[in-house]
Design a protein around this ligand. Sequence first.
Ligand code: ZN
Length: 525
Amino acid sequence: MTQALRHDAMRARNLALVLGAVGARGSVTRAALAEITGLTKTTVSKLVGDLIEGGLVVETGTVRDGERGRPGVEIRISGQRVAALGLEVNVDYLAVCVVDLARTVRLRRTQAVDNRAAAPVDVIARLGDLAATIVDEAVEKGLRVVGGVLAVPGPVDMTSGVVHNAPNLGWRDVPLASLLRFPFPVRVENEANLAALGELWFGSGLPDFLHVSGEIGIGAGLVVRGRLFRGAHGLAGELGHVVVSPGGPPCRCGGRGCLEQYAGQDALLTAVRGAAASIGPAAGTRQAGASGEVRAEEPREGTDHATGEEHAPSPVPPDGGAGATPGVPDDAEAGAMPDVPDDAKAGAPVDGEAGATSAVPTDSEPGAMGGVPDGGGAGVTDDDGPPAHLGRTTWAEAAMTSASPSPEMLLPAQQGLSWVLSRLREGDENARAACERAAWALGVALSSAVNLVDPDAIVLGGIYAPLFPWIGHTVADTLKAHLGQMRGAIPPVVVSRLGAEAAALGAAGQVIEQVMADPAALLQG
Ligand SMILES: [Zn+2]
């Protein structure tokens, strides 16, 4: 390595060191930076000068006493120049957002579209149009979008950007990265992974948790000590295809009885519709065999589970009528869906175990996101509004707190869900039964996940965020029934602060992390 190359490498490392220290401290003087990094004050001043020139940090102008009584100008991350683009293609919507380097959401757009009916090239063209609009608006605000990440609901080859199999989109071996046309680099990543990272960076901030993205498909992302666990092939977290019942209804993945067939959005909506038409089972009909194994009803003739038409898959055995409980021994409670407490039936959340379900709202009306804290999340700036906390402005929360949420405030995936939520708020028994069944199946699948990976907490996101008041207890109770004897305490089940926008935020967050890790690459570019 030549001396010049060594110098460049050292400068790059020091720039990252200084920028990281600013990011970690929030605001810090040059003198303090020298102490933190071990670099000389002269070196720090030069590096800070480069970072200011690149628009990555800014002087606040606030003068205060330094660490040793000397005045100093504080430096903080600048949200005025560098920004990241988050993109998401999901089954029934597109989403884009722009987040600045200070992690404030500056712009966001969603578009309802059934991507199952479109060719990948057309989906990406539509997404490109949506992104171009928002990037133009970002430029008008003085922002420079330096990169993007695209979230897709399926396993992605991180190197090639090929989506090997997104069953809910009907995509196989789609070279998605090569279809993207942006004036900056855009990578492709799995939606559930990005949603978990979104929760890490913009939501709860817990260092160890399993995040569950409930959409038409169900994905999970495992965060361990602040880092995403991808698995050997990047395929970890396919929770939707964890088997709840081996003899259950066929799944698009080729298997049978997957969680997705019980607790995915299509399955839930169809179950509620089916229950509303009095063809589905009522509450209390979930069954367990002697082993605790739940048997599943075979798909009814003429039912197309691929389209989610007709009726929902149900864990009611073929020989069990609504309300019947054949084959359930008295001691099979550990495997059976536990009764839902009366207060949960009324939609009112209750306190969980010690330390458990800590985010279960305790004082809110049904449908209210009582577990959303007031502070700590990312700020959001609407196009012409002031920054506001995400917890006050998520689409998910809009679906919950408004008696008649305006359609544009809902992610398309939640427009069908809003009908379910309205039924739940009205105390509809059938809708509640459908949610309890989905929650029970989710609890069963999560019990296996907990046994395997021992997460510190379980965060329910996507459609499960607005549904949380009606599913949180049953999920927690099912976990306790399955895990209680082995473990002193089950992991707390908490609601995501972000809901359905977690993946797009995580996508933008990845770009920000990349800039923070290697600011020299940006300054040279
Ligand atoms: Zn499956």
